[in-house]
Structures are given as structure tokens and as C-alpha cells.
Write a protein that binds this ligand. Structure first.
Ligand code: G
Ligand code: G
Ligand code: MN
Ligand code: NA
Length: 254
């Protein structure tokens, strides 16, 4: 309740901040893009992680306002980077299943894209696998419309929940983000390695790109490259950092 009250009272512009974590091709030489990860610095509660406040934001409906702030802020950042760098980077934005039940969502996204002038193909909307998307609900049509606009749709935390081939087909999925839990043991557990290899092969056969999450060692990166994983994200190549630091660490090299 304390958290809910503080969240209701919060001045998003002052208290919320987006961090960015790099996504590289497997050798770590070419930056593909980044994922935007939300941080909340509450004057009353200190630093609160998204794992703590996102569920409360979802229950209370505050996620609609927070999600809009996240999309707007991420797109403004993309617009700035587009001006400053040659490459148009690809940015992952986490979207809550609650946002996908809202009929105004597609219109909102279209408006933000027009206002900021970013390219829809630079956007990757990450939908977490554990979020219960009703296969017959509004989300199907919403994701289809976003996809037709040129936005990529990713299943986040893939391999930990219930997504099946049916789910992938139904929700116009472009990218699978393989969960850190599975990646953690690929160099030590041959069964886990085989599962990740099979996921990548299946994705590739369906023209779906793969991003491995939580890669921390060179051995993992090397193995994932051998398995033809497309993109790697993890502390090995960089932690989530504020935009200014991200530019210093990853963009000014481009
Ligand atoms: O960066 P960190 O490990 O703290 O993020 C934990 C989880 O919080 C992420 O896996 C993601 O699912 C969720 N998260 C982070 N940022 C956002 C956001 O902007 N919106 C939503 N809905 N979830 C987010
Ligand atoms: O949205 P998603 O659940 O995928 O968010 C990924 C989370 O994993 C973020 O909170 C991020 O901080 C965290 N993360 C990303 N890479 C690594 C890593 O290499 N190691 C660890 N421990 N956490 C990571
Ligand atoms: Mn994510
Ligand atoms: Na994840």
C-alpha cells in the first residue's frame, strides 16, 4: 500500500528513469540495439526495482500511464540518437499484457511514432512469456496491427513459461528472447545446451530471430554463436546504464 501510494503520487519525469542495456551480435563487435529498462527512484522509498513495482502498477492500472511514459521517453531517446549517429538502432521496450487489453493502445503508439518521427522498424515490443495473453482476446488483433506497422514483437523470458508453437503463430512473433535461466547452464548442462540449440533452430526455421539474455561469460557467447543465435544481451557486453553513459560506452565507438 505504501508502494502504491508513492507510485500514485510520483512525478514520473523526476522519479522514473530509463536505463539501456546493449544487444550485440555474438562476437561483440557490432551493436544491434538496446533494451530500455525502467528504474524508479522514489523520494520516500528510495530505489525500487521494476520486479517490485510493475506488478502493483498492473493491479492498479497505473501501468497505462507508466507504460505511456516509458514509450514516449524511449522514442524521444531514439530520436536523439537517430540525429547523432548514422545507424538507426533497435530498441526493446517492455510492454505489459495489461497495456495490450486497452483498445486505445495502437492509436497511442501510432501517435507517439508520429510525434517523435522514429522509424517503427526500430521498435521491438517485448511481451513477457508468463503474462497470460488470451489467445482469443484483444491482444491478438493489437499485436497484428503493431506488426503491420513495422514494429517487431518479441516473446520475453522464453523457455520458462508456457509458450508453444501455437502461441508464437497466433501472436505474430518476430523475436524470441531466451531466458537467462536457460542460458545460465548451457556451458555446464548438456541437456540445457541441447534445448537452447533446438529453440534457436526452431526459431530460425520460422524466420524468427533469437536474443540470448543474461550472457555473462565468453564461453556462453562462443557456444551461442556456434548455435547461430542472432543477438546477445548480458553483463558480458554491458549492464543497463543511463542513456548518457550508454552513449559513452557503446555508441561513441560506432
Ligand atoms: O532490469 P531488471 O532486471 O530490474 O528488470 C526486471 C524486469 O522488469 C524485466 O524483466 C521486465 O520484465 C520488467 N521491466 C523493466 N522495465 C519495464 C518497463 O518499462 N515496463 C514493463 N512493463 N516492465 C519492465
Ligand atoms: O525484461 P527482462 O526480464 O528480460 O529483463 C532482463 C533483466 O535481466 C534486467 O533486469 C537486467 O538487469 C537483467 N540482466 C540482463 N543481463 C544480465 C546478466 O548478464 N546477468 C544478470 N544477473 N542479470 C542480467
Ligand atoms: Mn525484456
Ligand atoms: Na527476460
Amino acid at each position: 500500500q505504501e508502494l502504491e501510494l508513492a507510485l500514485r503520487d510520483s512525478d514520473f519525469g523526476r522519479e522514473l528513469k530509463l536505463y539501456f542495456q546493449p544487444e550485440y551480435e555474438p562476437t561483440g563487435t557490432t551493436l544491434i540495439g538496446m533494451e530500455a529498462l525502467l528504474r524508479w527512484r522514489s523520494p520516500a522509498l528510495g530505489l525500487v526495482g521494476p520486479v517490485e513495482f510493475i506488478p502493483i502498477a498492473e493491479e492498479t492500472g497505473l501501468i497505462l500511464e507508466i507504460g505511456e511514459w516509458v514509450m514516449k521517453t524511449a522514442m524521444e531517446q531514439i530520436r536523439d540518437w537517430n540525429k547523432r549517429y548514422e545507424t538507426e538502432f533497435f530498441v526493446g521496450i517492455n510492454i505489459s499484457a495489461v497495456q495490450l487489453q486497452n483498445t486505445g493502445f495502437v492509436g497511442l503508439v501510432r501517435k507517439l511514432i508520429e510525434e517523435t518521427g522514429v522509424n517503427a522498424s526500430q521498435l521491438n515490443f517485448e511481451i513477457t512469456e508468463s503474462s497470460t495473453l488470451n489467445p482469443n482476446g484483444a491482444a491478438v488483433s493489437i499485436l497484428k496491427q503493431l506488426s503491420e506497422m513495422g514494429i517487431s514483437i518479441a516473446v520475453d523470458d522464453f523457455g520458462t513459461g508456457y509458450s508453444s508453437y501455437g502461441y508464437i503463430k497466433r501472436f505474430s512473433i518476430d523475436i524470441l528472447k531466451i531466458d537467462k535461466q536457460l542460458i545460465d547452464t548451457i556451458t555446464t548442462n548438456p541437456n540445457d545446451a541441447q534445448v537452447v540449440k533446438a529453440i534457436i533452430a526452431m526459431a530460425s526455421a520460422l524466420n524468427i530471430r533469437t536474443i540470448a539474455e543474461g550472457v555473462e561469460t565468453k564461453e556462453q557467447a562462443r557456444l551461442l554463436k556456434k548455435m547461430n543465435c542472432d543477438i546477445i544481451q548480458g553483463y558480458l557486453f554491458g549492464k543497463p546504464v543511463p542513456a548518457e553513459e550508454f552513449a559513452d560506452l557503446h555508441l561513441d565507438k560506432e
